[in-house]
Ligand binder design. Sequence first.
Ligand SMILES: NC(=O)c1ccc[n+]([C@@H]2O[C@H](COP(=O)([O-])OP(=O)(O)OC[C@H]3O[C@@H](n4cnc5c(N)ncnc54)[C@H](OP(=O)(O)O)[C@@H]3O)[C@@H](O)[C@H]2O)c1
Length: 343
Amino acid sequence: MKLLQHCGRPRTISKSLMQALRVENLSEDLSGLALVETSIPERAPGEVLVRIHAASLNYPDLLMTRGDYQFKPEVPFISGLEAAGEVIEADPDSAFKIGDRVMGGNKTGAFAEIASLPSRSLSPVPDALSYAQAAAMGAAYSTAYTGLIELCGLKEGQWVLVHGASGGVGLAAVDLAKAMGARVIAATGIEAKRERIDALFAPDATILAEGRFRESVADITNGALCDIVFDPVGGDVFDESTRCVAFGGKLVVVGFTSGRIADVATNIPLIKGFSIHGLRAGEYARRFPERGKAINASIAQLAQEKRITPAIDRVLPLSRWREGFDAMASRELVGKVVFEPGA
Ligand SMILES: NC(=O)c1ccc[n+]([C@@H]2O[C@H](COP(=O)([O-])OP(=O)(O)OC[C@H]3O[C@@H](n4cnc5c(N)ncnc54)[C@H](OP(=O)(O)O)[C@@H]3O)[C@@H](O)[C@H]2O)c1
């Protein structure tokens, strides 16, 4: 039995062990992951203990199991960079109190029944969202918002090309850009996903991001090309995207799910008069905490008004973690995977 302290009053939670998905060793094939019974984390000052109701899978979670992400936690570590749940313990002067619905994360620890998370990394769950939707919204929408609105100053009526449009971040960018009144071309590398993307967020067009897709972009935009290209894929998709940006436009480097980091000759952005922006949404919020809070507040407001809603491909009990990771690795998903710990 574990005693928990809140405002000087001791409370109990019914057990001292919890279910968690732990990376025991780095591996290419998920063999280093295991569902374990482990101790409930100790809460440090400034942290909030959260009973996790839902946690969503992000591409960096997959990369971290292989040691391929820029952040390399010491092994073993509990996987999972974001979740939503209820507060079960907090500092007396915390912004959060027991029972509050919160969402957020701290790079690791979310795929567990309970996580101790820094108060600054959490925000309230908008009433309009379920726990699963809240877990699916955080990182994807803050990445899309930081890229499209903070870095690129997205305006109504602009043409936006979004790659990897079936992914968590890509779908969030499509949804957000549409909500902002932009004209959106959703690009996917898999033909069969186009219909599903259309059904979810009705972009102005969907295209197959294969070969010389600039010609499709030019046709759709009547030759204007795109004011913003949002690219989580990289590789050949990035190369061809340099031909899809309008003069004065912006090409946002979001990630490299294709597995290749593209090179670009600097005369190309010069001659075509566009700029390339590197996006690090989490780091942006850490360096500019006031902007980070403002971004979260704007996203929450849009969600509350039901102008944006995260797309969920499937909800799985955490015990079926492998199915979720495999589906992401094999590129089956249209939307997010959400795990429910304890189920
Ligand atoms: N810069 C930042 O601040 C930031 C923040 C969060 C995430 N990210 C990065 O954003 C990327 C997407 O993350 P996510 O969580 O949205 O992942 P995700 O849900 O798995 O989506 C990634 C999408 O990329 C495409 N893709 C996957 N494998 C591919 C391949 N081999 N070749 C070409 N395209 C492929 C797929 O879209 P289609 O099948 O539709 O083509 C897939 O749906 C990752 O690289 C992640 O590290 C960056």
